[in-house]
Design a protein around this ligand. Structure first.
Ligand code: CA2
Length: 152
């Protein structure tokens, strides 16, 4: 399958998610970022999509990748991590693209500290999946694939 815009999804991960599986396992589980990539790619491939899976600790790089996804991908899944709760720049980047975006979080952000209850990503996303751990990435891929099928 070729990696054209029609069958490529971006999965973008924000700061500190590279540490998954090494600490805070009580909150985020033992799954590593590499595991998440494998799980997501397998599900994407089942749904007929290729998956470009990335992580960065830098806000501006996430903004660049969202813009790039808007040009090169059929849709985007994003776990903006802590930038979810702080970044107007990420909000604006998502608002400026025409492909669907799904927000995902490993933990249930609404069952945690008050400062995690607001997301700058949610209102510019097609939907939000949180609290299901690594399975949330699979759910997000399925939801995005369904959304893309409906739209085509
Ligand atoms: O639940 C999620 O997926 C979060 O996006 C994770 C972010 C957090 O700031 C959000 O509120 C919810 C934190 C990612 C940091 O991940 C770590 C993993 C292991 C050790 C330390 C941090």
């Amino acid at each position: 399958m070729s990696d054209n815009k029609n069958n490529l999804i971006y999965i973008l991960n924000g700061p500190n998610l590279n540490l998954l599986g090494t600490r805070e396992v009580d909150i985020y589980g033992e799954t590593t970022l590499a595991d998440l990539q494998e799980i997501s790619s397998a599900k994407a491939s089942e749904c007929g999509y290729a998956c470009d899976f990335r992580q960065t600790n830098t806000e501006g790089e996430l903004v660049d990748w969202i813009q790039e996804g808007g040009r090169s991908a059929a849709g985007i899944i994003i776990n903006a991590a802590a930038y979810t709760h702080t970044s107007v720049a990420i909000h604006d980047a998502i608002a400026a693209i025409d492909v669907p975006v799904i927000e995902v979080h490993l933990s249930n952000i609404f069952a945690r500290e008050d400062y995690r209850h607001h997301s700058f990503v949610s209102d510019v996303s097609a939907g939000v999946i949180c609290g299901f751990g690594a399975n949330g990435y699979k759910l997000a891929v399925t939801a995005l694939a369904d959304l893309l099928q409906q739209g085509s």
